[in-house]
Structure formats: structure tokens, C-alpha cells
Ligand binder design. Structure first.
Ligand SMILES: Cc1cc2nc3c(=O)[nH]c(=O)nc-3n(C[C@H](O)[C@H](O)[C@H](O)COP(=O)(O)OP(=O)(O)OC[C@H]3O[C@@H](n4cnc5c(N)ncnc54)[C@H](O)[C@@H]3O)c2cc1C
Length: 417
């Protein structure tokens, strides 16, 4: 291997793999590090919604750009990724929720989005199997939203990046990002130095630890979120749907993919470190996560990894699905769509969501460390943004304008001034 590259990417999730693909396609020399295998963390384990609807306005332009890219990705990569522009419908169970949806729709209008508010009657025409007596007041619906298969999409970006000339070191963790004269100039892994003009940190939940020695504070936390897959349904389920607690979609083979929003906050030794940063987030959204005080005991008592699932890359995190969440998701599916229920859960898995206190990512160049670019902290909704973020990172490496304003997402926004 040669000793310096145009760009070194730390982390082979969808952000890192998409960046590797777009950078290699642009003719840059690329080296990607992944401590396990590509897509083994959140990017290969998520629910697979690709949505613009309901996004924080700071990241909405990214989501809109991504929705356009998703239309071309299967053709670009020459791979089937389960992409379907099926629309996304979020049910409203109260007039207040409907008002919140309408307020968001109005704000998003200036971005040219096709989001609509549906009456309860319209919802039924979109979801003919919806139970009549569950109290739905209406819904927000965006027809240009869709879904894709997470592991397949991440792996495809990685595989095609290699075909375009990118190189990769798998199974080795980057221990440190190096600087010389204040500028990022390489990484250390397995006792070796690898040099590059630009370092991109897309290490998901591993990012804060890599950035802290460089003076960049990211109050990053992790939430364990669970997904369940059913046997194939014989009926068609028309679009991605959010019920009050559960997101659901139908994969190409007919299986339903279900996941309760939020998850478990597994208490760790350093849990107090960032508690203050999350006080406001917890007050505003008390149901987003359940604090699991027994986690340290579970870790001691558990015996290794959950059983393998063919299309989910194993992770050294050995993250177990939460049985309670599987039941909660299935029960809500059965309550809202009783005519479709009675199918078996065939697989379940979990992933660690990396979050930041304001629930939007840290994305962009680090001003105090030239040569370092960060894309992390996607707070449970980064999969759909992946193509746009990979594309944008490449533009930043090439010193081109990013195309969208990422100023409000600065990776230094939490660091002491
Ligand atoms: C259950 C669940 C459901 C979700 N549902 C959705 C959804 O429907 N739609 C959506 O848009 N988003 C969803 N998300 C969120 C989405 O999966 C993430 O925001 C996105 O995948 C983040 O991608 P990433 O590349 O930043 O991180 P990751 O996928 O976590 O990748 C980071 C990679 O870096 C590697 N790494 C870490 N440290 C190091 C190191 N020191 N050296 C080398 N490698 C390292 C890790 O092994 C990992 O592979 C969900 C997440 C989960 C867990």
C-alpha cells in the first residue's frame, strides 16, 4: 500500500461508504477504515425509511437532496437496493398532533416539498386495512419519500467504491487522528501511521472518542433500538407508516419491518458525563428512550453475541434486541392493521443509534483543525441522508461549495468557545 492518500475515511457506515464511492468516482485516492465490516453498525441495521417529512429544518435541505439522489442510486451503482418511492405517512392521533403537522408542512413549503395533510377519510383511502376504531384524526403524507434496504445499500456503496479504486482496511479500529502543525495529516491504526491530505470522521458512535483529543467536544450518547421482521405478508402494504410508537414498512419480499421509535438508554460507567446536555431533550420528549439501569449487569451476565441473521453484518458491539420492543411493535401493527396480523416474527436485531442533544448531525469542516471533516451524530435519522452526505463530503474534500448550508450543523457547536 502507498503511504499517503487524498482522503482517509474513518468508519464504514453509509456515510463513510457513500463518501468513499463519490470520492473515488471523482478520481481521489481513498482509504477507508472500518473496525468490523461495512454496514455492521447502525447503517446496516436500521428501519430503512428514506424520509424528508418531519425533519428538523436545519437538515431538511440535505433530506431533499438525498431524495433526489436515491432516485438514481440503483442505476449509478448497478445494484438493487430495495429502493421504492412509496411515500411516507405519519398518523395523527389528536387534533393537536394534526396542528403540529400542519405547522411543519407550512414551514417546509418554502423548500418546495410535496407534503400534504390528509383527513381521516383520506387516510383510509391510502391505508384500506387500517382498523376503523383506532381514533386516527388525519395524517401527514409525502409522496416523494420512500424506503431502501439498509445493509444492501451500505454494502453496495462500499463494494462499488472498491471497484472504483478505493482501498479499505477492515477489522482494524483507528486509534487516533494525527495532526502536524495544527492540521490533520493521518491516522494511527494497529500501530501504523497512514497519511492523507484530508481525514473524514464518519465513525458513528465512535466519533466523539476520536475527536475529543483534538479539542472537539461532541456530547454523543447511544440508544439501543430494536427492529423486527415478519414472514412475508400476502397483501401489499402501500407505504412507510408511522403509528404512534412504531414505524413500519413492507420489504420487496413482502415481509413487514417494524421498529418502535426510540429505544433503551443502557446506563454505562460514564453516563453522567453528558447528562446535563440531554436534560432539555428528555423534558421535550420523555418517551424517546427508557433508561435501563440494569444494563451493566446484563453486560456482565451476557454470553456473547445474539444469534446471527443472514443479511445483517455482525458487529463487535454484540447489541441485543429488546424483547419488550418487539412485542410493542407487533402489538401496535396488529392493533392498527388487524386484517394483516397473525403473521410470525422471523428475525429481530438491534443497533446503537448515536445521538447529539439537539438531534441534528455534526457535519462539516472543523475550523480549528484544517484537513479534518466530520459527519456524525445523525440521531436516528441518517440512513436516508447517506447519499447526500457522501456527495457533500466529497465536495468539501475537493474544496467545492457544499451546495447546502451546513453552518447550523457545525461539528464545533458544542465545543467551548
Ligand atoms: C434501529 C434503528 C432504526 C433506524 N431507522 C432509521 C430510518 O428508518 N431512517 C433513517 O434515515 N435512519 C434510521 N436510523 C439511523 C441510521 O441508521 C443512522 O443515522 C445512520 O446509519 C448513521 O450512519 P453512520 O455512517 O454515521 O454510522 P454507522 O452506521 O454507525 O457507521 C459508523 C461505522 O464506524 C465504525 N467505527 C467506529 N469507530 C471506529 C474506529 N475507531 N475505527 C474504525 N471504524 C470505526 C463502526 O464500526 C461503524 O461501522 C436508525 C438507526 C437504528 C439503530
Amino acid at each position: 500500500m502507498k503511504r499517503t492518500w487524498d482522503v482517509i475515511i474513518v468508519g464504514g457506515g453509509i456515510m463513510g461508504c457513500a463518501a468513499a464511492y463519490y470520492a473515488a468516482r471523482a478520481g481521489l485516492s481513498v482509504l477507508l477504515f472500518e473496525r468490523d465490516t461495512p454496514g455492521s453498525a447502525q447503517s446496516g441495521r436500521n428501519l430503512g425509511f428514506v424520509r424528508q417529512q418531519g425533519r428538523d429544518l436545519r437538515e431538511l435541505p440535505l433530506a431533499i437532496g438525498a431524495a433526489q439522489l436515491w432516485q438514481e442510486i440503483e442505476r449509478d451503482l448497478g445494484r438493487k437496493l430495495g429502493w421504492a418511492q412509496c411515500g411516507y405517512l405519519a398518523l395523527a392521533m389528536s387534533e393537536k398532533e394534526l396542528e403540529r403537522q400542519e405547522a411543519w408542512r407550512k414551514e417546509a413549503l418554502s423548500h418546495g416539498l410535496d407534503t400534504r395533510i390528509l383527513s381521516a377519510t383520506d387516510v383510509r383511502s391510502h391505508l384500506p386495512d387500517l382498523a376503523p376504531d383506532v381514533g386516527v384524526k388525519g395524517a401527514m403524507f409525502t409522496v416523494s419519500d420512500g424506503q431502501a434496504e439498509p445493509n444492501r445499500a451500505t454494502r453496495a456503496y462500499f463494494d462499488v467504491a472498491l471497484e472504483q479504486g478505493a482501498e479499505a482496511v477492515l477489522g482494524h479500529r483507528v486509534a487516533r487522528i494525527e495532526t502536524a502543525a495544527g492540521r490533520a495529516n493521518g491516522v494511527w491504526s494497529n500501530g501504523k501511521f497512514y497519511g492523507a491530505s484530508t481525514i473524514i470522521c464518519t465513525a458513528g458512535a465512535g466519533s466523539a472518542r476520536l475527536l475529543r483529543p483534538l479539542g472537539i467536544l461532541l456530547p454523543q450518547e447511544i440508544i439501543r433500538a430494536t427492529v423486527a421482521r415478519t414472514e412475508p405478508l400476502s397483501a401489499a402494504f402501500p407505504c412507510c407508516v408511522s403509528c404512534p410508537m412504531t414505524g413500519m414498512r413492507q420489504a420487496r419480499d413482502g415481509a413487514m419491518i417494524l421498529s418502535v421509535a426510540g429505544g433503551e438508554y443502557d446506563v454505562r460507567l460514564n453516563s453522567l458525563r453528558f447528562a446535563g446536555w440531554y436534560r432539555k431533550a428528555r423534558q421535550e420528549n420523555p418517551n424517546a428512550s427508557r433508561i435501563n439501569f440494569l444494563a451493566p449487569f446484563r453486560r456482565i451476565l451476557s454470553h456473547g453475541a445474539p444469534p446471527p441473521i443472514a443479511d445483517i453484518s455482525p458487529s463487535s458491539d454484540c447489541v441485543p434486541p429488546e424483547p419488550k420492543r418487539i412485542h410493542q411493535a407487533y402489538d401496535e401493527f396488529a392493533k392498527f392493521f388487524p386484517a394483516l396480523a397473525g403473521i410470525e416474527i422471523t428475525a429481530s436485531w438491534a443497533g446503537y443509534i448515536d445521538t447529539l442533544p439537539d438531534m441534528v448531525p455534526a457535519l462539516g469542516e472543523v475550523q480549528k483543525v484544517p484537513g479534518l471533516i466530520v459527519a456524525t451524530g445523525f440521531s436516528g435519522h441518517g440512513f436516508g441522508l447517506g447519499p447526500m452526505v457522501g456527495n457533500l463530503l466529497t465536495r468539501l474534500v475537493k474544496n467545492e461549495a457544499p451546495g447546502v448550508d451546513v453552518g447550523p450543523l457545525s461539528p464545533e457547536r458544542f465545543s467551548p468557545k
